[in-house]
Design a protein around this ligand. Structure first.
Ligand SMILES: Cc1cc2nc3c(=O)[nH]c(=O)nc-3n(C[C@H](O)[C@H](O)[C@H](O)COP(=O)(O)OP(=O)(O)OC[C@H]3O[C@@H](n4cnc5c(N)ncnc54)[C@H](O)[C@@H]3O)c2cc1C
Length: 369
């Protein structure tokens, strides 16, 4: 039987998020992909799809289209030129498969037909299909066309949706902290950021609204309101040991001068208590060394919140994976209805993992519809 593929999109252009991805260079996958790079209430759900359509499969497609790419830190793969290369490749694949892409088309309702299949109502027209693949993404970046429509479809078919929230997103600060951190705006520091037993070592960036940078975006996936976040500003340094050694060599050097050799002066001033900052190294007591260690190796802050969906790269939560087959992506209780990509309760780390999930889950569903 000949299969016809239709794809409906609200947006004016296809692949808005691919265009935006990786700052316009699309971090399309990662050399190192495993279930450990994902969050979901069902930890095992991603394993099957990721092992059947892997990063190597997507990479071989990229290579077949001769798209120039390069590797950055942590195995992240980016286009050399533009995200458009990936988008053009996907559109070419769609053309080969005979997919009709309908842009500027908002799907309004979905109904299950008594004899099987589905009817979609959009812009005054009805479309009938045997299989319906919901790939409506999450709520991040509403200006790129994000809607909660996929969640509503799931709920309509009695499938649970884990409450969505912004992920891979900068933190905002309480007014008092914002004032204290304001002079640091623009500074970026390589640090280890931790929350709830998870740690990431990458840059932390001070902004005029709060804290951002890759380490902050990564940890935001694990943060919940009310939790504290800890930063080790000198992850390669045994501070107590370094202070003991420096106290022998330069006993009169002030603590802030010593710390400013490794951290920006303004940051050192923020992390150290004023009185402690001017103490000569040779006069530091054990308690004061411990206090300095707390401020620099385990600096604690309580985010006021996040910047929300306006700047978030992903949405945490979504369609319950327990209600979906990990092999086919088909809803267990509703034959013909599939969920793929970010609409599901699957959230990847920063580093090409969210797109790889979209490729892997999409490919798996494609084998069965
Ligand atoms: C700024 C930014 C940068 C990113 N960079 C990266 C990166 O470099 N690497 C990476 O791995 N991930 C990145 N991500 C995340 C990644 O883009 C997403 O996880 C991925 O696009 C999800 O794919 P999807 O197909 O599930 O959903 P989406 O790409 O969000 O597509 C969903 C589509 O459904 C449409 N839609 C929604 N409701 C309706 C409706 N009612 N009717 C019709 N159409 C509808 C939307 O308009 C949209 O076109 C980035 C995200 C953002 C926001």
């Amino acid at each position: 039987m000949a299969v016809r593929w239709w794809c409906w999109r609200r947006a004016r252009k296809p692949g808005n998020k691919i265009r935006m991805a990786g700052g316009g260079r699309c971090n399309f996958t990662n050399y190192d992909v495993s279930d450990e790079h994902y969050l979901s209430h069902n930890r095992h759900f991603v394993k099957s799809a990721l092992s059947r359509y892997t990063q190597w499969d997507f990479l071989s497609l990229v290579q077949r289209y001769q798209i120039p790419f390069h590797e950055r830190d942590h195995g992240q793969l980016f286009c050399n030129d533009s995200s458009k290369d990936i988008l053009d490749m996907l559109q070419a694949e769609c053309r080969d498969a005979g997919v009709d892409i309908h842009l500027k088309t908002n799907i309004e309702t979905v109904t299950h037909d008594p004899g099987g299949g589905f009817t979609l109502r959009c812009e005054g027209r009805n479309w009938r299909c045997q299989s319906l693949v919901v790939a409506t993404g999450g709520l991040s970046v509403p200006t790129a066309g994000a809607t909660p429509f996929g969640y509503r479809i799931a709920e309509q078919f009695a499938i649970m949706v884990w409450p969505p929230s912004a992920g891979l997103v900068p933190f905002t600060m309480h007014a008092e902290d914002k004032l204290r951190l304001a002079p640091l705006s623009g500074i970026a520091v390589d640090a280890t950021v931790s929350c709830e037993g998870h740690s990431f070592r990458e840059n932390v960036l001070f902004t005029h609204r709060g804290l951002s940078g890759p380490a902050i975006l990564q940890i935001s996936n694990y943060w919940q309101p009310g939790l504290s976040v800890y930063v080790d500003w000198l992850p390669d340094t045994d501070l107590a040991g370094a202070l003991t050694e420096a106290a022998h060599q330069h006993p009169r050097q002030q603590l802030k001068t010593f710390i400013s050799q490794s951290l920006p002066q303004r940051l050192a001033a923020l992390l150290l208590d004023e009185k402690l900052a001017i103490m000569p190294l040779g006069e530091l007591s054990n308690t004061q060394v411990a206090e300095a260690g707390k401020g620099i190796k385990s600096w604690r802050f309580n985010p006021a919140g996040t910047e929300g969906y306006r700047t978030a790269e992903v949405t945490r939560g979504g369609v319950d994976c327990d209600a979906v087959s990990s092999k086919t992506m088909q809803a267990k209780a509703q034959p013909g209805l599939y969920f793929i990509g970010e609409v599901l309760d699957v959230t990847g780390w920063l580093g090409g993992y969210n797109l790889q999930w979209a490729w892997s889950s999409g490919w798996c569903a494609g084998q069965y519809v």
